[in-house]
Write a protein that binds this ligand. Structure first.
Ligand SMILES: NC(=O)c1ccc[n+]([C@@H]2O[C@H](COP(=O)([O-])OP(=O)(O)OC[C@H]3O[C@@H](n4cnc5c(N)ncnc54)[C@H](OP(=O)(O)O)[C@@H]3O)[C@@H](O)[C@H]2O)c1
Length: 229
């Protein structure tokens, strides 16, 4: 899959999936702006070759705009945005806090909306936005009300923006991962069969397809990427 000449901004780029997408996009020939709230990638995560923008809270509109504008300046334009910033909390309603709902809405949905609004000033015909929802948000289970509500928001946002941008020929899609094979998931679920989980690189490959010229006719899609879960 070639992304030669594409200028791509990736949020949550210092995390597990974000780093995999940055590395895969660089390998496919793109130039990449890696944006994250963390100041720098964790030890052992190699984002050499990417333009890095750390210490950015994308849930703040002004910060998101400054980061996207700075990325556009360094890349010389913008062809695509990948909204990966996000997080997870397990908490029952009976024992949980109302603030958790605000927190997950902020990190999972508001970041994607703010970054997308900032990117819209720069994306042109053929542009791409890819979001990350969650398979578990298709039907919630115990303890994931706040999380799945925020990820349902990402999915509805994806559909709405896809419709709004059809006339501009900009596609907007989302991937819905089941469980990604990440170090925190391995720690939290030590007895699980890790081989069934989605590898970050496998998810990155689906995202790369959605960014490519070959996916020009795909928009408003919510694509489950489940591995063998
Ligand atoms: N892991 C899974 O099994 C799974 C399953 C379904 C969906 N997903 C989704 O997939 C995406 C990536 O997951 P992951 O496991 O790779 O997560 P991760 O390693 O925690 O990476 C997420 C990154 O986003 C950053 N971030 C959080 N809030 C931000 C903000 N306000 N502004 C800018 N950056 C922010 C985090 O920075 P800090 O570390 O500083 O907070 C972190 O570097 C997330 O959207 C997640 O909800 C994951």
């Amino acid at each position: 899959m070639s992304l030669a000449g594409k200028r791509i901004a990736v949020t949550g780029a210092f995390g597990t999936l974000g780093a995999a997408v940055v590395q895969a996009a660089l390998h496919a020939g793109a130039t990449v702006a890696a944006i994250d709230r963390a100041d720098a990638p964790p030890a052992g995560v190699d984002l050499a070759g990417a333009h890095r923008f750390g210490g950015i809270d994308l849930a703040e509109a002004a910060s998101a705009k400054n980061a996207i504008d700075a990325a556009v300046k360094e890349l010389g334009g913008l062809d695509a945005l990948v909204n990966i910033a996000g997080t997870f909390r397990w908490e029952t309603l009976a024992e949980g806090k109302l603030e958790t709902w605000d927190f997950l809405y902020r990190v999972n949905l508001r970041t994607a909306v703010a970054a997308s609004q900032a990117a819209l000033a720069h994306l042109r015909e053929g542009g791409r936005i890819v979001n990350v929802g969650a398979l578990s948000a298709l039907k919630a289970g115990a303890g994931v009300g706040a999380y799945t509500a925020s990820k349902s928001g990402v999915m509805r946002f994806t559909e709405a923006l896809a419709e709004e941008l059809k006339e501009r020929d900009i596609t907007v899609n989302a991937v819905l991962p089941s469980i990604i094979d990440t170090p925190p998931n391995r720690k939290d679920m030590p007895k699980a069969d890790f081989g069934k989980w989605v590898k970050p690189r496998q998810l990155a490959d689906v995202i790369l397809f959605l960014l490519s010229d070959q996916a020009a006719a795909v928009t408003g899609a919510l694509i489950p990427v489940v591995g063998r879960v």
